[in-house]
Write a protein of this length. Structure first.
Length: 464
């Protein structure tokens, strides 16, 4: 996303031909020769052990650029160095919206209304069958009603203490468990058709919201929808759900019904990324399989198999605004390119994920970043993870190098809640953000959060 009047290739042509340059500051061009700037983040091997290299000075703001920090350089003018804040990159706002349902404090900025209405694709490939569309419409109508009712409840409750009855039947618009199961099967079939028609690396324009782990905590999701915009509305025209929809929470089945309905209703506006819990082994171990079978009686086994099959079609990442990569776990060793994800063929089962040739996918779901305040000396490079034999932990230099080689400014991941956390963390010198949407997950007393990625009108950055 370049904010300049002329694009990258045109800028290079003007330099070669000696054409007159456009006057005024342009963040993606060299201040001296007007050639395009290039991302750079290279930490020499010896510096991972001894940080002895001096900092460079930004040619625009005169702030220090530390060794290994992602910044911008000119291929012709070796003395030109532009820091990330002064270049054409993603800008992370230091203020954030919040709602505290205990104290009643609210701070929510108005979402820009300059949203273009999108025509929904009506090709045979993307459109689910009419039956699944009808079920999705019922669920969407009930979803809006539920979100409004939850927001009006006098006492705030965590999802695990929310005792409302028959939410599943209400969402599916029936009083019969058998009919609910049949309706859900139609919805699953429609969702799978949409997922199968889209690539393993999806792409979405901004403005776009990114949700972190939900883990079946439907009430938290309803509050976020009510406060920050219902998917498909002008306040939330596009959104990405970044994996781990199920397991452990009290309303896992209802959460999947809602997300599948949103995907069928808005196939090119709502995107569902696969997480490590969209997996048969995890679902058997942490409870999703059990609650599905119990919820639908005789059809329970059939419904669970259909959901598991649909999970295998979920994409692995979403490219937001061309510069922000949203994936569930992490980048692993970082030695891969976005095209490697685009080439992935689905469906992929748990057994296939564990194959050595799919180490990349396993780490997209399972790897973790090394914390910036890690007390050990293992803050650089790639290290083993306690999660599994194939999973790794990656340092800040791996993140920045990965972003440079793939033309990215930011990686958004989920996968981890933090004790007493805000639901989000900015890490790795603003090259990585963690977002988690389920409150008090496993008694961590954490808040839930959602990210908003949008075009910044003032300076041309993407703002987060």
């Amino acid at each position: 996303v370049l904010e300049d009047e002329q694009d990258w290739d045109e800028a290079a042509r003007r330099v070669e031909d000696g054409d007159a340059m456009v006057s005024g500051p342009q963040r993606s061009l060299c201040d001296r020769c007007r050639r395009p700037l290039h991302r750079y983040a290279r930490l020499p091997r010896y510096q991972t052990f001894l940080m002895c290299s001096s900092a460079k000075e930004c040619s625009r703001c005169e702030e220090d650029i530390l060794p290994g920090d992602m910044h911008f350089i000119c291929s012709s003018c070796s003395e030109i160095h532009i820091c990330k804040d002064c270049g054409p990159s993603v800008y992370i706002h230091r203020e954030y919206d919040f709602l505290d349902y205990e104290t009643g404090q609210v701070q929510v900025q108005e979402v820009p209304k300059r949203v273009m209405h999108e025509r929904r694709t009506r090709s045979v490939i993307l459109e689910a069958e009419a039956a699944s569309q009808q079920v999705a419409k019922k669920v969407y109508d009930q979803l809006q009603l539920l979100a409004r009712e939850v927001s009006e409840e006098e006492e705030d409750k965590l999802d695990k203490h929310w005792d409302r009855e028959n939410i599943l039947l209400q969402l599916l618009g029936t009083d019969s468990v058998d009919q609910a199961g049949r309706s859900f099967l139609e919805l699953i079939e429609g969702c799978q058709r949409v997922l199968a028609a889209q690539p393993s690396l999806t792409e979405v324009e901004v403005p776009c919201k990114i949700y972190g782990d939900i883990h079946g905590q439907l009430r938290d999701l309803l509050l976020l929808f009510h406060s920050f915009g219902m998917p498909g509305s002008a306040d939330c025209p596009r959104c990405v759900f970044n994996g781990d929809f199920v397991d452990r929470g009290r309303h896992q089945v209802e959460t999947v019904v809602v997300l599948f309905a949103l995907k069928v209703m808005f196939p090119t506006q709502v995107y569902l990324n696969r997480g490590n819990h969209e997996d048969t082994t995890m679902n058997h171990k942490y409870g999703f399989q059990k609650v599905v079978i119990e919820a639908f009686g005789e059809l329970g086994g059939q419904v669970y198999e259909a959901i598991s099959r649909c999970f295998q079609y979920l994409p692995y990442a979403c490219l937001v605004g061309g510069r922000v990569l949203a994936l569930h776990g992490g980048i692993g060793d970082g030695k891969w390119r976005l095209d490697d994800l685009r080439k992935v063929k689905r469906p992929i089962s748990h057994e296939q994920l564990q194959a050595p040739e799919n180490r990349l996918l396993w780490n997209v779901l399972w790897s973790d970043p090394i914390e910036d305040d890690c007390v050990t000396n293992r803050v650089f490079g790639v290290h083993d993870s306690a999660r599994s034999k194939m999973a790794v932990r990656f340092g800040w230099n791996i993140t920045q190098d990965f972003c440079v080689r793939n033309g990215l400014d930011l990686v958004v991941r989920s996968h981890q809640s933090k004790k007493w956390g805000l639901g989000f963390d900015v890490m790795h010198n603003e090259s990585l953000v963690r977002v988690f949407s389920a409150r008090d997950y496993e008694n961590n007393e954490n808040d839930g959060a959602v990210l908003q990625v949008q075009q910044d009108d003032e300076d041309g950055h993407l703002g987060v």
